[in-house]
Design a protein around this ligand. Structure first.
Ligand code: ZN
Length: 413
């Protein structure tokens, strides 16, 4: 993990600590030490109340807060190893329509409950667990009216907005002059991304692919390669873009593998570049889904774009995008012979993660987890070897052309 990424993780953790939400409550005196294990979970509904019960290997300190649009309850905990049945959280019970959980930042875990209707936490308590030291943490939710819920959400937001600011951009220029490539495995931690029928998660598949691609790119010693995450941890979309800029990336490659409800027959690899106007309705929908990753993890993203660009940045973005297009075209060209491509493999859409105005950026959808054939390929070592090889060839070509141009006129990017 590079120092930049570590910095972002620390910032995320600090932001979380500083949030001091209204619902902050200590449940027993947590001591630092062995990891907490969550072994079982149950949700029970009764009249206007819903009790969320989770078995933990010991008592912990938790913080809760609510958010609107969509209505959610966020529960922050110290790092927890969630050993829960794979289908946990998918069934609606009472006020909780679904929930998810996972690592949010090093040392910190998070549970996010989607609420079927406005609700607030009416009680938090622990009950003795099945064996020594273990406890059942009970979070009780009660129905609230919209006004009451809105007030609770506003209080949470007010306490966390003071420390929002830009992450200190203290990156120093790297000593070596090799081009920097940032590879961004999508999702992670509390945000699993798409899931396959086999139970495999997008976040794990794309991390394995990104690590293999990094290895291949580093093999010749021509590039410095940075991963936005090299473990199962949540990184916000904004932090991914900031990581690319802080690392002074010359190229940014985001790696995903989504699923589609259209059925098994939709398959193949697709390369996306950023654009305000999507090339087609499917691409627009996909970008929409991907852009909700932060909301799914309990981060309020608001309605507007995350960064307002000035005219100069806007001009730079246009120029950068022509480089992104060139690289995307070359990726498709290299991958054509070795991978099954989507019937329209070059598309555009408004992905937030492709918004670094001065870093040529592409998002590669390796295939669809909803397609059995794609999934088999994605899980195969052989396919991964071929695909990372072809992508490395495209990267070589991109930088060879760029260096030739720079030799002629010392230009961007
Ligand atoms: Zn994805």
């Amino acid at each position: 993990m590079t120092r930049y990424i570590r910095l972002f993780c620390l910032l995320a953790a600090a932001a979380l600590l500083a949030a001091a939400p209204d619902g902050a409550r200590a449940v027993g005196g947590a001591q630092a030490g062995t990891a907490v294990v969550a072994a079982d979970v149950a949700v029970e509904a009764e009249a206007g109340r819903t009790r969320f019960k989770i078995s933990l290997s010991r008592e912990v300190t938790i913080q809760t807060h609510v958010m609107e649009r969509p209505d959610r309850l966020i529960v922050d905990l110290p790092e927890v190893a969630f050993h829960l049945p794979p289908e946990s959280g998918r069934k609606a019970t009472g006020l909780v329509s679904s929930f998810r959980y996972g690592l949010f930042a090093p040392g910190r875990s998070r549970m996010v409950m989607d609420l079927a209707q406005p609700a607030v936490v009416s009680a938090i308590r622990t009950e003795p667990g099945a064996f020594g030291g273990a406890v059942v943490l009970v979070i009780e939710l009660s129905r609230a009216d919209r006004e009451e819920f809105r007030k609770a959400a506003a209080l949470s937001a007010a306490s966390s907005s003071n420390q929002a600011g830009e992450g200190a951009d203290t990156a120093q220029a790297p000593k070596d002059n090799r081009p920097v490539i940032v590879i961004d495995p999508g999702h992670g931690g509390i945000d699993p991304g798409a899931n396959a029928l086999t139970g495999a998660y997008e976040k794990d598949i794309v991390l394995a692919f990104a690590q293999a691609l990094k290895k291949k790119l580093e093999a010749k010693g021509l590039y410095r390669v940075v991963l936005t995450r090299d473990q199962d941890v949540f990184i916000s979309l904004g932090d991914r873009v900031r990581a690319a800029r802080a690392a002074r990336a010359d190229l940014f490659i985001s790696v995903h593998a989504d699923s589609i409800s259209g059925g098994q027959e939709v398959r193949g690899l697709t390369v996306y570049t950023g654009s305000e106007r999507a090339s087609d309705a499917d691409s627009a929908q996909l970008a929409d889904r991907e852009n909700k990753a932060d909301a799914a993890a309990g981060i309020d993203v608001g309605d507007g774009p995350d960064e307002v660009m000035d005219i100069l940045q806007d001009l730079t973005l246009r120029e950068t995008r022509s480089f992104s297009h060139r690289f995307a075209g070359s990726l498709v060209g290299e991958l054509e012979s070795i991978a099954r491509l989507n019937k329209n493999p070059r598309r555009e859409a408004g992905f937030r993660v492709l918004r670094a105005y001065d870093v040529p950026s592409v998002l590669v959808e390796l295939g669809y987890l909803s397609s059995r054939q794609d999934l088999d390929l994605l899980m195969s070592e052989e396919w991964r070897g071929k695909a990372t090889g072809a992508m490395t060839a495209a990267v070589d070509r991109f930088f060879a052309t760029r260096l030739a141009r720079q030799g002629a006129a010392a230009v961007l990017p």
